[in-house]
Design a protein around this ligand. Structure first.
Ligand code: NAP
Length: 272
């Protein structure tokens, strides 16, 4: 596959991460263009990545194989309506905007090959994970192009149904904040048990990192890993029993359901 030419509409945080990831993969700067309405943002992205930048979105997409819509969801409709007449039949649209459905994009852009993605914040460190959904018009080559793009900032996983994006939003899109909440709570509890705050924070953070690395590298699932570190009548079992007596699993399920419902509601509102 020859390297696709990629145009970014909106050169903010997420676009910068994707561009950085592509450049780190060896993609040539000449294959990447970006537009942003902010002169400062254009200068920054140009200085950091050596790519050509444009003030006009329609100019950035000329000759591109892939057009990445990387503006905030609130401005997506205006950006799409403005670009619609300039997009060619063979150009793939990749949208990373939260809550913007393929149906909304098609109502603004016309029938197109569209890949809708839900990345998460650790993509800024190239440690993200994204769910990707391709509509019917997307070719096998275009799927590879989208996968390479999102793969530049972490793991990219395909979804069968667009609706699953709401579940992805609930699990991984909003997920980093759940772990931050647990980190906050464990740090505070460690402090109450007599540790200096900084020590409690470091112990918690490195435990989270070590546990995640162990689980990612492991051939067995998290439940088995937990069983292996929980000896009968031991300290871990005392804590796990306490979590479960408080309805931990049900609470997590309830929280993720709330996030998925909110994701669907926002898609409804943003698609108007
Ligand atoms: N950051 C994340 O972790 C994350 C995770 C999942 C999904 N996303 C999605 O990624 C998208 C981008 O997020 P972000 O965090 O990168 O936002 P961001 O930093 O605000 O980037 C968007 C950029 O687009 C510019 N822009 C606004 N209107 C424009 C227009 N009409 N034409 C050209 N450029 C325009 C903005 O300029 P101004 O700031 O001057 O308006 C800004 O530089 C969002 O749709 C978001 O839902 C982000």
């Amino acid at each position: 596959m020859t390297a696709p030419r990629i145009a970014f509409i909106g050169a903010g945080n997420m676009a910068a991460s994707l561009i950085g990831g592509l450049r780190a993969q060896g993609v040539d700067a000449s294959a990447i263009r970006a537009s942003d309405h902010g002169a400062e943002q254009r200068a920054k992205i140009n200085a950091e990545h050596g790519i050509q930048t444009f003030a006009a979105n329609a100019e950035a997409i000329v000759g591109a194989d892939v057009i990445v819509l990387a503006v905030k969801p609130q401005v997506m409709k205006a950006v799409c309506l403005d670009l619609a007449a300039h997009i060619g039949a063979n150009q793939l649209i990749v949208s990373i905007a939260a809550g913007i459905t393929c149906a909304s994009l098609e109502s603004w852009l016309g029938p197109r090959a569209i890949v809708r993605c839900m990345p998460n914040t650790p993509a800024l460190l190239r440690q993200g994970v994204s769910g990707l959904y391709a509509n019917q018009q997307v070719s096998a080559t275009q799927r590879q192009q989208a996968e390479q793009l999102l793969g530049a900032v972490g793991l990219a996983l395909w979804l069968e149904q667009e609706q699953q994006i709401d579940a992805v939003t609930a699990v991984s899109g909003s997920g980093p904040a759940y772990f931050f909440l647990l980190i906050e709570a464990m740090t505070a509890a460690g402090e109450k048990l007599g540790l200096p705050r900084d020590t409690a924070a470091q112990l918690t953070l490195h435990t989270a990192l070590g546990a995640a690395r162990m689980a990612v590298a492991s051939e067995v699932d998290a439940a088995e890993l937990r069983r292996r570190v929980t000896s009968p009548a031991g300290t871990t079992e005392a804590a796990i029993n306490s979590f479960q007596a408080g309805g931990f699993e049900a609470l997590v399920e309830q929280a993720l359901n709330a996030a998925a419902r909110r994701s669907a509601e926002l898609a409804e509102q943003l698609g108007q």
